[in-house]
Every structure is written in structure tokens, then in C-alpha cells.
Design a protein around this ligand. Structure first.
Ligand code: GTP
Ligand code: MG
Length: 262
């Protein structure tokens, strides 16, 4: 069984700095010639795989990321400073797609692995660049180019063999806390769990089975209601599914016998 956490974000590289028009002005150097520097490169947006992240939840709130612009060129042929890169941390296992063309851009598997998703723009050329025999004093420079802008779709596959699904407040988190070392928040109100919690249930043989406590499902979840909508549940092969239901009156045990689905 795979739970796929999804997020869509917009990334934009920084604009390159503008080239400038300047001339060398020094004592005893008459007509010193053009000396306008080039603009610096715009910063890039870079995704970086981080071990401490487990989900794409952060991207539900922050969805737009832009790197710094490059600085303007300076006089005396000084090139402008490059813009700072914007590093965005994503969980290991995040697969990155272009949100418009659906093209696969990369798969961030190992901690520290990086992927440049929006390169910064090139800085514009200063007037020094245009010096030629035909034009000894060019009075023009080029503006910096814009950085690349992209819509990205991020997908994170969480692997679990057993999913605990049920109505909000049914006792799903209590069940995974009792079975495994996972310590999700448990409280007497619906939608306490907003993201799946994974827990490893040890078998007497020593090896473990990964359980996932899924946010409460409500009628209309397929149309975007509730919090479980971003975690598409894909059943593959012989996935085992245990259901927890709230029984009335509510003080009875909410756990029904696990059923097996193929
Ligand atoms: N009486 C009784 N109460 C229980 C049982 N299991 C859980 N509860 C209580 O039911 C409430 C909800 O439990 P949770 O484990 O947070 O429920 P949940 O299904 O994870 O809820 P959401 O994450 O909000 O969907 C808590 O107050 C629990 O203490 C049970 O077996 N019997
Ligand atoms: Mg819960």
C-alpha cells in the first residue's frame, strides 16, 4: 500500500542584475573608455532532500518560492554580486514533476541530494563588453534576464502495509499508539490527525510491519472534503486493510475486527 502525499509549488529563479553604462574617469587618463560592469547571476531555486522531514505538509502553507535577484554591475568593470540561491528542503523520496508538462524532473532519494528546479537569470552585459574598434565609447548596456519560473508537482510515496482508516475521532491514533512506538496526538475531537503517522508493529519473529494512521475520512473526501484528500490510498497486491469504526454509544471500544481485502 502506498500513500501519496502531494503538493504543488511555484518556483522562480532570481533575475540577473543589469549591466551598467560607466566610463573610466581618472586623473591623467583622458577618455579612459567604457568601464560598466556586467550584472550578477540571479540565484537559483534548489530542492534538497532532508532526513528530518517526513511529509509535504509545509507546502500546504508556503507555496511560492523565489530566489534573490543578482546585483547591478558596478563602475571600473566590476561584476555585480550573484543573488543567493533559495534552498527548499523536501523529505527523502520526493519525486519532482513539472506541473504543466508532467515531465519528470528528478527523484530526491538520498539525504543531501539536490536538484536545481529554477535556474537564475544571467546578468546583463555592461558597456565595457561592447567596446570595439568601431565603437570606442558604447553608451548602452543590457538588462539582466529573468530567472526561470515553473510550477512543480511534488509527490512523496509513504510505504505502509496496513492502513488504519475510519471516521474522525474513531480511535485510529490510539490504536497505532498501542501497537507501535509511534506517539501521534490523541484527543477527543475530530481531525486531530492531519497527516498520516507511520508506526512499525513488531512481530514476535522480530521483523516489523509498517502501519499508517490516516486522517479521518468523511463523506465527500474524494471531492476535497476533510484532511485525507491529499493522501490518495493506492492498494497494491495483497494489501491488508484494517478498519476502525466508532460504535454507539461512544464509550464502547471503537475497534472492530480487522478485515482483509485483496
Ligand atoms: N472509550 C474509548 N475511547 C477511546 C478508545 N480509543 C480511543 N478513545 C478515545 O477517543 C478519542 C479519539 O481518539 P483518537 O485516537 O485521537 O482518534 P482518531 O481516530 O485518531 O481521531 P482523528 O485523528 O481526529 O480522526 C480520544 O479521546 C481517545 O482517548 C477506546 O477504545 N475506547
Ligand atoms: Mg488521529
Amino acid at each position: 500500500m502506498q500513500f501519496i502525499d502531494l503538493a504543488e509549488i511555484e518556483v522562480e529563479g532570481g533575475k540577473g542584475g543589469d549591466g551598467i553604462v560607466a566610463f573610466r574617469r581618472e586623473k591623467y587618463v583622458p577618455a579612459g573608455g567604457p568601464a560598466g560592469g556586467n550584472g550578477g547571476w540571479g540565484g537559483s531555486v534548489i530542492l534538497s532532500a532532508a532526513e528530518h522531514l517526513q511529509t509535504l505538509l509545509d507546502f500546504k502553507y508556503a507555496r511560492s518560492f523565489k530566489a534573490d535577484d543578482g546585483k547591478r554591475g558596478g563602475p571600473n568593470n566590476r561584476t555585480g554580486a550573484s543573488g543567493e540561491d533559495r534552498i527548499i528542503e523536501v523529505p527523502c523520496g520526493t519525486v519532482v514533476y513539472n506541473g504543466e508538462s508532467e515531465e519528470l524532473l528528478g527523484d530526491l532519494v538520498n539525504p543531501g541530494q539536490r536538484l536545481c528546479v529554477a535556474p537564475g537569470g544571467k546578468g546583463g552585459l555592461g558597456n565595457r563588453f561592447f567596446l570595439s574598434n568601431a565603437n570606442r565609447a558604447p553608451e548602452y548596456a543590457l538588462p539582466g534576464l529573468p530567472g526561470e519560473k515553473r510550477l512543480l508537482r511534488l509527490e512523496l510515496k509513504l510505504l505502509a502495509e496496513v492502513g488504519i482508516i475510519g471516521l474522525p475521532n474513531a480511535g485510529k491514533s490510539t490504536l497505532i499508539a498501542a501497537l507501535s512506538a509511534a506517539r501521534p496526538k490523541i484527543a477527543d475531537y475530530p481531525f486531530t490527525t492531519l497527516i498520516p503517522n507511520l508506526g512499525v508493529v513488531r512481530k514476535p519473529t522480530g521483523d516489523g510491519t509498517v502501519f499508517a494512521d490516516i486522517p479521518g475520512l468523511i463523506a465527500g473526501a474524494h471531492a476535497g472534503l476533510g484532511w485525507a484528500t491529499n493522501f490518495c490510498v493506492i492498494l497494491s497486491g495483497r494489501a491488508c486493510f484494517s478498519t476502525s469504526l466508532t460504535l454507539l454509544p461512544p464509550m464502547r471500544s471503537p475497534i472492530t475486527k480487522p478485515s482483509r481485502l485483496n
